[in-house]
Design a protein around this ligand. Structure first.
Ligand code: PLP
Length: 227
């Protein structure tokens, strides 16, 4: 049986090889996406040294954050769609949220982030492939949303995230990643604290790194298929 530690090693290997192959300069962080997976598997990943975890479903995620509240060095990232009535839970329990895609949600997170916590680190989710099925803000809405988040006292704008539509055309896929990188660079010229471009999953992390990702989000290749 392949252990979680071995699977994590393989994922870090893939990242290192892609960085070498494409001679990329940026560091690439690995977010272990543990949604739907039991705490036992997260414990194994933690024991193997993993510290960044991503979750998509609010109630499940909050239960896990509470379960691991002694492990202060875990960094929890919320990466799922955000309904208004769930924003408070996210504001109170996470250190990062990668899926902010509209002003209304950004406002609520800013108001609901407790004052005794560090500002919530935010990535704006961009719908770069203009996919009707996917959430994410349109490129035309990006500047206004970025300006609001940058200004908000309890939010800290750190970059962009995208989930690209599945396509069989690798050129198109790479093109989306490159467009994201161009957006990121343009925003970074205005907001120097930006350091995170989150894109690429189990199936396409090499191409995302080629395109300029600084964080890849890997679920299946670490924890196995989801039901
Ligand atoms: C589930 C999920 C992932 C992980 O996808 P895998 O294909 O299992 O690696 C990455 N990002 C987001 C936003 C997800 O919801």
């Amino acid at each position: 049986m392949v252990t979680i530690a071995e699977r994590l090693n393989n994922a870090y290997d893939r990242i290192a090889k892609a960085q070498q192959k494409y001679a990329t300069e940026q560091e690439v962080a690995l977010l272990a996406v543990s949604k739907t997976k039991p705490v036992e598997l997260i414990e194994q990943a933690y024991a193997a040294g993993q510290r960044l975890f991503g979750e998509s479903y609010v109630q499940e995620a909050v239960d896990k954050v509470r379960h691991f509240n002694q492990q202060k060095d875990i960094e929890w990232h919320f990466i799922g769609p955000i309904q208004s009535n769930k924003s408070r839970q996210i504001a109170e329990h996470f250190s990062w949220v990668q899926s902010v895609d509209r002003l209304k949600i950004a406002r609520r997170l800013n108001e609901q982030r407790p004052n005794n916590l560090m500002p919530l680190k935010v990535l704006i989710q961009v719908n770069i492939s203009d996919d009707e099925q996917k959430s994410g803000c349109a490129l035309s809405e990006l500047d206004e949303l970025a300006a609001y988040i940058d200004d908000a006292r309890q939010l800290e704008l750190r970059g962009l995230m995208t989930i690209t539509a599945q396509t069989d055309d690798p050129h198109q896929q790479l093109e989306y990643f490159r467009q994201m990188k161009a957006c990121f660079d343009r925003l970074k010229a205005q907001y120097q604290q930006l350091d995170t471009l989150s894109m690429g999953m189990s199936g396409d992390l090499e191409m995302a790194i080629q395109g300029g990702a600084t964080m890849v989000r890997i679920g299946t290749d670490i924890f196995g298929k989801r039901q």
